[in-house]
Design a protein around this ligand. Sequence first.
Ligand SMILES: [Zn+2]
Length: 106
Amino acid sequence: MLERQTPMDIADRESVRADLDQAMMAAFCRALNASGLTPMAVMSAMAGALGAVYRQVADSHRRGECPCGWQPAGASDIDMLQTIFRMAASAPPANELLTMPIQGRA
Ligand SMILES: [Zn+2]
């Protein structure tokens, strides 16, 4: 698996994020409708799938199967992913705030 060697600009990162948001929401809705599971059960399965993606990609890099140079940091990578998950789950990103309807006045 080959990753980019050059830093992505912010527009590229936002585009990747938007594509992933859309793909994950579509997968969530499909799984929810097809399984009859609760939203939390489906989200738990998705969280497990993301953890498995991390493990598989990290293992592949530890075996030297990708020339990109990324060296997985194990526990500190997982801590960072947990922090990002917590932030994203508790507050919408700034660009989402701009499009939210105003609920009241202060
Ligand atoms: Zn790589």
